[in-house]
Write a protein that binds this ligand. Structure first.
Ligand code: FEO
Length: 387
């Protein structure tokens, strides 16, 4: 992303990371991830966030190049999570006259991470404060829990640029061509999904601004068709249904539960389901399965019984969903058990703690392998989930 200008005075100086094995030590990123950073050049210069120390040297070189011999006046810190903040001590040491701009929580975290090693002068801002750089003025707005408590966004009024922190970010390095929504959705629900209420509150503040460009901390700069992205964020953060269809998530030990899941998918298609997505929880990316559980409004959980409970991939899946505040869905259940099936009651108990989950009355119980009578039950379940 060399020489990428957001506007004439705002330059992208972020870095791609294709070497990372797991983002946040849990998410696969087949196309890497970008750590975005920007430089605003005016009478004063402001760096908008640093990057993960993994790519710190590369970033410092890009910054020096973009500065063209000038000294940075400010570094605005949107978010202290180490994928953005772990280079702070290095950049502060390189530019000792540069002031750091953040809120009170930002600096409390900076001290926690760096133990007071950063000696830079601090500019502490709060909701509604502004910072003039000359022709450009940054307005600060707090965005707690999107996705940490110290997060703040900056809106540059003269060019309508929103520096949105993690919001509107996605997995995937910037040198990768791929669909925005797929990897942005996987990123959103797995990383920020729990905090829908807080995202809704930020979207309300954003609605009052004349935004022409969104500069997130990961993924591409968004500068056209912004309604598309804002609408998806509104659906996602209000736990709405994005796509009509049914998502079947199964956890099968020896393949018989999988056969029931695939057979139900066929029945649903025959009955006119707009879309049927099927995932093997034991083998597919859990983050992708979580994304699909939020994408669709109708979900089938099919699982083997295991140790007087439910097979572990389904247990993991439902635990993740509970943690991410999954809600407002209709659920159908299929269980399998060769003796004393326990999967259905375990899954129902896990769903009980979640908000506004409607479980279908039809529960299908398979004893070891599918039989003709099970097919009739699948037909009934299909009718109920589609109703
Ligand atoms: Fe991209 Fe919450 O850090």
């Amino acid at each position: 992303m060399e020489n990428t200008f957001v506007t004439e005075s705002i330059k992208y100086i972020g870095v791609d990371d294709h070497e990372i094995d797991l983002f946040e030590s849990q998410y696969i990123v087949p196309n890497g991830v970008s750590y975005n950073s920007y430089l605003i050049t005016d009478e004063k210069t402001a760096i908008m966030d640093s990057v993960d120390k993994r790519k710190g040297k590369e970033w410092l070189a890009a910054l020096e190049d973009a500065l063209g011999g000038r000294e940075p006046d400010y570094l605005v810190i949107s978010h202290m999570e180490p994928d953005h903040g772990s280079s702070l001590a290095d950049v502060a040491a390189k530019y000792p006259n540069m002031k750091l701009v953040g809120n009170a929580k930002t600096f409390a975290m900076a001290d926690q991470f760096f133990g007071g090693a950063i000696k830079s002068e601090r500019v502490i801002v709060k909701e509604g404060d502004t910072l003039s750089l000359g022709g450009h003025t940054l307005h600060f707005t707090m965005a707690p829990m999107v996705h940490w408590p110290e997060v703040m966004m900056s809106y540059e009024e003269s060019e309508g640029v929103l520096f949105s922190a993690d919001a509107f970010g996605k997995f995937g390095a910037l040198d990768t061509e791929e669909d925005w929504a797929c990897e942005a959705r996987r990123y959103y629900f797995n990383i920020v999904g729990k905090y829908g209420v807080q995202v809704q509150s930020v979207l309300k503040k954003a609605a009052a601004l004349d935004i022409k460009t969104i500069c997130p901390l990961h993924g591409p700069i968004l500068n056209e068709n912004l309604e598309y992205y804002l609408n998806l964020y509104n659906i996602w953060s209000s736990y709405g249904v994005e796509a009509d269809g049914v998502f079947i998530a199964y956890a099968s030990i020896h393949g018989n539960t999988a056969k029931a899941a695939v057979e139900l998918a066929q029945i649903l298609k025959e009955k006119g389901a707009a879309k049927v997505a099927v995932s093997d929880l034991a083998r597919e990316d859990m983050a992708e399965c979580i994304e699909d559980a939020f994408k669709y409004g109708r979900i089938i959980l099919a699982a083997s019984s295991y140790d007087a409970g439910v097979f572990t991939p389904m247990h993991d899946f439902l635990s993740h969903l509970a943690m991410k505040n999954w809600q407002n869905r209709k659920v159908g259940i299929i269980e399998n058990g060769s003796w004393g099936p326990t999967a259905a009651r375990t899954m129902k108990a896990m769903l009980e703690g979640m908000k506004n989950i409607t479980v279908c009355d039809t529960a299908v119980t398979i004893k070891s392998a599918m039989k003709q009578s099970d097919r009739a039950a699948l037909q009934t379940l299909a009718d109920e989930i589609l109703a």
